[in-house]
Design a protein around this ligand. Sequence first.
Ligand code: ATP
Length: 321
Amino acid sequence: MAELKKCANDFIFTGFLGEGSFSTVYLAKEVQSSRVNNREVAIKVCEKQLIRREKKSSAILREKKCLHTLTTNPSKLFIQLLCTFQDNDRLFFVMNYAKNGELLSLINQRDVFDENCCRFYAAEILLALEHLHKLGIVHRDLKPENILLNEEMHIQVTDFGSALIMRDNESAEQQPQRPLPESQASVDDQNNRRRRNSFVGTAHYVSPEMLNNKISTPSSDLWAFACILYQMISGSTPFRAPNEYLIFQKIINLEFEYTDDFSDASKSLITSILQKNACNRLGANDDIQRDGYLSIKSHPYFAPLANKWAKLEETTPPVSA
Ligand code: ATP
């Protein structure tokens, strides 16, 4: 018998987790056969009226499509969509609950975030990007606030509202893994750019090509990855200034410095990824379908993890909750 579509009455809303620009996320428990299931879930509730007013329908659809793709190609490194439903006024996304909040809070606890910790989380983020890019999805808003931590302190990437599904309607194997000429940008991306002149993503992590309003590619996520690694090591993002305009100037001019916190290996890795030209970034020319991000994984910074990559998701993270 086909499973009945869920509705809001099938859940008890037990708490508030946070608010996005057009959604509220609640903690909830499912009610099954009049009994409360102890498993906690996160339910993102979006007001249809607000979505229409803010012209966010395509962002919501994109998010749902990405979450579906990640449900059919599961990886523990991503938030899982458990089901969706709607009523007259609202859309509901039921997701697994990432109990330990955002990676940002952990980064800000400088005393627990040591070198091992940086390397471990950088490796998990890289594996998550590998999985995503193999599926032909560019996240485009990767930042520590969008990297949640589950009960065991492993990462779970979320927020696909800005994602680019490369070459929609094509299989992942046919996805281009290298920057495409402007003329070949996907229809989705072109529509996006026509609709808004502003950049996609978040100022501190946005890549030069996204700022210049050219197309974003998997390599744009690698840029954000390097910015996050920089932030994990030093506590601050590489491109800092009092306002967005000045941050963008610094990004475009590749104006950043290393503090004493950085080892030679970490400097070398970050420098090789923070390249203005997306094609010159370490990893940009890797055969992702065949080898994943082999060039990044074999960088000396990750030497202590050699032969441990395949087991990383089963490894106990170097911090406890
Ligand atoms: P925006 O939509 O503006 O990009 P956002 O991504 O922060 O913002 P939401 O996705 O609505 O917005 O999330 C709101 C808050 O809920 C965030 O602070 C996030 O940490 C929290 N949250 C979202 N999903 C989960 C989840 N599955 N488990 C735990 N917390 C979550």
